[in-house]
Design a protein around this ligand. Structure first.
Ligand SMILES: Cc1cc2nc3c(=O)[nH]c(=O)nc-3n(C[C@H](O)[C@H](O)[C@H](O)COP(=O)(O)OP(=O)(O)OC[C@H]3O[C@@H](n4cnc5c(N)ncnc54)[C@H](O)[C@@H]3O)c2cc1C
Length: 574
């Protein structure tokens, strides 16, 4: 008899399981149900629909051959039955049944049977508990209905000013969409002290923040929303924070998501510490007949070894394939994640894999990191652009823990991070593996010694005590809070303005004169060495060390990153 497979949830994981299973088991009786009327769409495309890159919302529901993925498509093309506007309300594990409610049919209830059940219920956006988070025009953005609601408001000219609450990836993508096409004056409010707090370290996050600001998005970090109010006589909203009040016409809440696990929990399916369904490597719950995956499940972080929630479509699809294989009697494993993600922020690409410095500390490592600022292709090639990379490793074992990268060429950024991500997944990659990582070279695509190799080389030098560093954030803190001096090894013309402002605190000895002017270098006080990117200042430090001068620290990323961290650095003391 054909196996009965029931899948709850029909967006990413659910349809993936159904379609793969159909391909490997032509006889299975596969039913997918969803409480929504719209199914199997690319939620990741929502910001690009709102921002106009994707003109038609149907584009997010169509296949490459332009078929719309609706009930009829699944029935006819895939041989999969899909029930829309049908909510699963109870799992009866002993009976192997799910009680469902037909929402469009007066909430009629029915019991559906299964041999194997898949829970693909995803996650729901959080509505923070402050007053006013449920007012009209305070929107969440999780599905195509929300996307359409927001786009309609804008397209009808009802939005001149918007506030996005939460500077995670979705909040930032929505801010870009509102600003870029529609010219909406947009403010992003984030309670953490940086944007992308769960994703990036502070140095790279600051580059992202500047990018937003340069494209007219106002960013308020370390700011807490207290309430949203609405005027009695108009649609105008006011977002009240602990620092200021911002009038606007639209608020988008992107304050994180919570896994949808109510029915699983009630059925006695094990739930983890982060609120997601617990699964093994085969994506099986504590009930051998029930699988779960995607945003509703916890997965293992392969670097920290701890469970985590990682709500990404990329992972949901991979897990879906594993589940289908296992339901069909195969043996497929989803080992876990190294948390690789990428995103576009206007004309800049951002990508990360593994742990940040702080996440590494929390996971019990003794992390150390390099920051490099280098051209993403041969520096003489006309379209070369600066790329910033942070590489994190464990001091004792030299094991790579994470990488973050930003740059104007998103594909180039992603290529570097993906290369390291595959090493991270394989486990035990060391700094030496990154130094020797073999990548293709041609001037239009890379340097002979690629930026990723240099990130490894710098870290190698740091670990060996040859490169004694401070990062731009640390430098700015110390420079403003003490009288510490800078040794600027750029040429005289480049240093002139700084000398005028910072006077005796700004010493200029160009690198090509340093060998003959060693006696001018102060040896009895700490000294920060500066160049444009941190590479020539390293050479200066090596030269000084060889001559017994060891009171220096090399500013990683150089002036280019300092100016990103503090745009008005040069005129700061005025
Ligand atoms: C704006 C936006 C941008 C994103 N961008 C990216 C990106 O660039 N890259 C990336 O990797 N990921 C991105 N994501 C995340 C990605 O969309 C999700 O990780 C993915 O959709 C998760 O798939 P899922 O099938 O687990 O859950 P979901 O997509 O949440 O689907 C779950 C479905 O289950 C239904 N459901 C829940 N409970 C029940 C029930 N009791 N009965 C019936 N139906 C139920 C829900 O209605 C929903 O339709 C983005 C998400 C959003 C919102």
């Amino acid at each position: 008899m054909a196996k009965k497979i029931l899948i709850i949830g029909a967006v990413a994981l659910g349809p993936k399981v159904a379609c793969r299973l159909r391909r490997i088991d032509p006889d299975a009786e596969i039913t997918v149900l969803d409480r929504d009327s719209v199914i199997s769409y690319g939620g990741c495309g929502i910001p690009y629909y709102i921002g106009g890159d994707v003109a038609d919302i149907e584009g997010l529901r169509s296949t490459q051959s332009h078929a719309i993925r609706n009930q009829e498509f699944f029935e006819k093309t895939k041989g999969v039955k899909v029930l829309c506007e049908v909510e699963a309300i109870e799992i009866l594990r002993r009976e192997k049944q799910v009680r469902v409610r037909f929402l469009a049919e007066g909430n009629r209830e029915e019991l559906l049977e299964y041999d194997k059940l898949v829970i693909a219920t995803g996650a729901s956006p959080l509505r923070p508990p402050f007053p006013g988070s449920d007012l009209p025009n305070v929107c969440i953005v999780a599905n195509l209905h929300h996307a359409k609601q927001i786009k309609d408001l804008i397209a009808h000219g009802k939005v001149n000013k918007a506030v996005v609450i939460g500077a995670g990836a979705i909040g930032i993508e929505i801010a870009e969409a509102l600003t870029d096409l529609w010219g909406v004056t947009t403010t992003v409010i984030e309670m953490a002290e940086q944007v992308l707090p769960a994703g990036l370290g502070k140095n790279v996050a600051t580059v992202v923040q500047r990018q937003l600001e340069e494209h007219n998005v106002k960013v308020m970090i370390s700011s807490r929303v207290q309430e949203i109010t609405k005027a009695d006589d108009s649609d105008e909203l006011t977002v009240v924070t602990d620092r200021t009040s911002i009038p606007c016409d639209l608020v988008v809440l992107s304050a994180g998501v919570r896994p949808n696990t109510e029915i699983a929990r009630k059925a006695g399916i094990a739930i983890g510490a982060f609120g997601g369904i617990l699964v093994d490597r085969r994506m099986r719950t504590n009930d051998p007949n029930i699988y779960a995956g995607g945003d509703c499940a916890e997965i293992r972080n392969l670097i920290s070894g701890e469970n985590m929630l990682m709500p990404l479509g990329s992972l949901a699809n991979r897990q879906g394939r594993v589940i289908a294989t296992n339901i069909n009697g195969g043996s497929s494993h989803f080992k876990g994640t190294v948390g690789t993600f990428c995103m576009k922020v206007f004309d800049m690409g951002v990508s990360k894999s593994g742990l940040t410095y702080r996440q590494s500390l929390r996971a019990g490592f003794d992390p150390v990191y390099s920051i490099v600022s280098q051209a993403d292709r041969a520096h003489f090639y006309p379209s070369s652009q600066a790329m910033y990379i942070t590489l994190v490793a464990d001091r004792k074992t030299r094991k790579i823990l994470g990488i973050e990268a930003v740059g104007k060429m998103g594909d180039a950024v992603k290529a570097r991070v993906d290369a390291v991500a595959s090493l991270l997944r394989a486990g035990s990659a060391t700094v030496d593996d990154i130094c020797g990582l073999e990548t293709g070279y041609a001037p239009p695509y890379a340097s002979a010694m690629d930026v990723i190799n240099n990130a490894g080389n710098v870290l190698d030098n740091i670990l060996d005590g040859r490169n004694i560093t401070i990062d731009p954030v640390g430098f700015l803190k110390e420079f403003h809070n003490s009288n510490i001096k800078v040794l600027d090894i750029r040429d005289k013309k480049q240093a002139a303005d700084f000398i005028e402002i910072y006077k005796e605190r700004w010493l200029n000895i160009p690198l090509n004169e340093l060998r003959t002017r060693l006696d001018e270098v102060p040896t009895d006080e700490p000294l920060f060495i500066l160049c444009d990117t941190g590479s020539r200042s390293y050479e200066a430090q090596v030269l000084l060390l060889a001559n017994g001068i060891s009171n220096t620290r090399n500013i990683q990323g150089g002036l280019s990153l300092i100016k990103i961290n503090e745009a008005n650095f040069i005129c700061h003391v005025e």
